[in-house]
Structure formats: C-alpha cells, structure tokens
Design a protein around this ligand. Structure first.
Ligand code: GTP
Ligand code: MG
Length: 301
C-alpha cells in the first residue's frame, strides 16, 4: 500500500437550520469580521456612509448549495473572529465553516455530512460555484461541531416552531444514531450542537431561554407523534431509517433522547454523549452580537 499523504483535511463546523435563519449572514460575518465590526462601531456617527458595508452582511439570498470558508482560531481559543491571526503571527488552528441550505428539499446536504456519508458530496462538488474552498475536500473533512441557527423572532409567532423543531429533530436523531452505530467497535467522536438563537436585535425575538424551552416542548411533541406512528403502522416505510440506521430495526431507534421519558430536554442527549447548548445572539443590528457563538466554536476546534 502507498503511505498516506501528509496532507490532512481540516476539521469542519456545520451551519445548519431552517431557511432564513441567518446561516449565510453569519458565515459572511465570520469571514469578513473586521468589515462588519467596523460597521457596527461606526454605526451611530456615520450611518449613511457605512450603510453599504452593513448591507454586504445583510444581503443574502436563499442558499441552494453548501458553501465553505476557511477560518482560524488561536490555540488558546481566546481570539475573536475579528482578529487576523496570520497577520498577527500567533499560533492558530484552522477549520472549515460549512454553510448548508435550509430549504426542506436541500437538507440532505447537511444530513449527509452529519451522518458522515458522502451521499451529497458529489452533487455538492459539481454544483458549488461560489465557495472559497474546495467543497469536495470539505465533505471529507471531519465534522467537529454543528451550529443550528434559528430565527428567534420567527419562533415568537408559532408557525415557525414545528418547522424549526422538525429539522432539529432530524439533526439530533442523526447524531444520536451515529453514536449508536459505533457500538462494539470504537465509538465515534461526539459532535456537540450549538443552537444559535439569532436575530436578538429584533424586539420581537424570544430570549434564548424561551427558545430553548419552546424547542424542547416541540421536540417532545414530535417524539410522541412519531412513536405513536410507529406503534400504529409498524416501522415507517421508506423513511431514511433503513439507510442511516444499519442493522438494528428496533422502534426505539427512532426515539430521540432518553427512551420512554415523558418530557424531552436537551440534557437527555448527554446519554449519547451529545452536548447541546442554546446561546442567543445576532448577526446584524444592535445586540449581544456573535462573539459568544464564536467562542463556543473556538473551544471545540
Ligand atoms: P437559507 O440560505 O435559505 O437556508 O437561509 P439562511 O439561514 O442562509 O438565511 P440568510 O443568512 O440568508 O438570512 C436570511 C435573512 O435574515 C436575511 O435577510 C438576513 O439579512 C436576515 N438576518 C440574518 N441575521 C440577522 C440578525 O441577526 N438580525 C436581523 N434583524 N436579521 C438577520
Ligand atoms: Mg443561506
């Protein structure tokens, strides 16, 4: 056999979540950090002149393909996304931030990467035109963490809750199955999840604690409905259960979190070594900003 090339693929952090939550806006902020920060600081003095910069972050459109950018955190994890670590000459670790489309019909991109399959990678490689890094290499990269972006303002009026929680259920269940699949041999490295409650600049937005409890309640409802479906009809027919699940076809394979529990909570995911945090922030406008999300990522790279 030929020895493996010294080339190593960078670890990646996946941005997932429903359409319109702000994934691409966040990627743009982290990529062009200094610009965007400048905009916020200058906002009051110089509103008109700075407008174009702000719009650069704000102007996104529905994503149809994954996009990847290469970013770096300092070795001690204390750097900001505004720092240019190369210029500063400080020791740093690089990683890939991968934006995925949130539209329901395009979620296979994100789910395939979470499951560690390459199902969507060939499509992605062909379709991606605007990514700043080779997407075929990013699809082989090891997923270190998942950032699930939600629109905390949309969650306030109810309609978005089932849709958002439905996608989160898929993501968490994929991660849970992935951990279960490693039984017997070596367990796969756990992948932590950050629920980024975005758009806290809007006064209608729910605070992070409410985003958390509303999502937990809805995930519990989904779990109940699904288990009832399973009991009624045997196992769901052409679900991706068989594709992702492997050998075991137990009904509790589709149960998220602590089996048989009445209420769902994110803490139950710890049973599968999956850490879930909910942190509020915003990409544009006035508010807590994106620093806490960046720090969360930096600590896990
Ligand atoms: P898809 O590509 O369809 O999956 O959506 P996305 O998650 O990439 O959403 P995108 O980044 O395109 O943002 C959707 C809209 O939300 C844009 O108009 C953004 O300007 C806006 N937006 C993003 N972040 C914030 C924020 O923190 N506050 C406010 N007020 N608007 C935001
Ligand atoms: Mg997008």
């Amino acid at each position: 056999l030929v020895a493996a090339t010294p080339y190593s693929t960078l670890p990646s952090v996946l941005l997932v979540g429903p359409s319109g939550a702000g994934k691409t806006a966040l990627l743009t902020l982290f990529e062009r950090g200094p610009l965007a920060t400048h905009t916020q600081q200058q906002h009051h003095n110089d509103e008109k002149q700075q407008q174009p910069n702000n719009t650069a972050v704000a102007l996104t459109h529905t994503s149809q393909t994954p996009a990847t950018v290469e970013l770096a955190v300092s070795d001690d994890g204390a750097s900001s996304f505004r720092d240019d670590l190369d210029a500063a000459g400080s020791a740093h670790k690089k990683f890939l931030l991968v934006d995925t489309p949130g539209h329901a019909k395009l979620r296979r991109h994100a789910l395939a990467r979470i499951q560690g399959t390459s199902a969507a990678s060939s499509t992605a490689a062909v379709a991606t035109t605007s990514s700043s890094s080779d997407s075929s290499s990013s699809s082989k990269s090891k997923v270190k963490a998942v950032v699930f972006v939600v629109d905390a303002a949309a969650l306030a009026d109810g309609d978005a809750l089932p849709e958002t929680a439905g996608y989160l259920y898929e993501v968490l269940l994929s991660l849970q199955k992935r951990m279960g699949a490693g039984k017997g041999s070596r367990a796969p490295a756990s992948v932590p999840v950050l629920v980024a409650a975005n758009k806290l600049d809007l006064f209608t937005a729910l605070p992070a604690a409410l985003v958390r409890s509303n999502l937990e309640a809805e995930l519990g409802r989904i779990r109940r409905t699904r288990s009832r479906g399973l009991l009624d009809s045997g196992v769901g027919a052409d679900d991706d259960v068989a594709a992702a699940g492997g050998a075991a076809g137990d009904e509790n394979d589709d149960w998220l979190g602590e089996y048989g529990s009445d209420k769902f909570s994110f803490k139950q995911m710890l049973e599968f070594d999956i850490e879930v945090d909910v942190i509020g922030g915003n990409v544009i406008g006035e508010g807590p900003g994106a620093d806490r999300w960046w720090r969360w990522i930096a600590e896990r790279i």
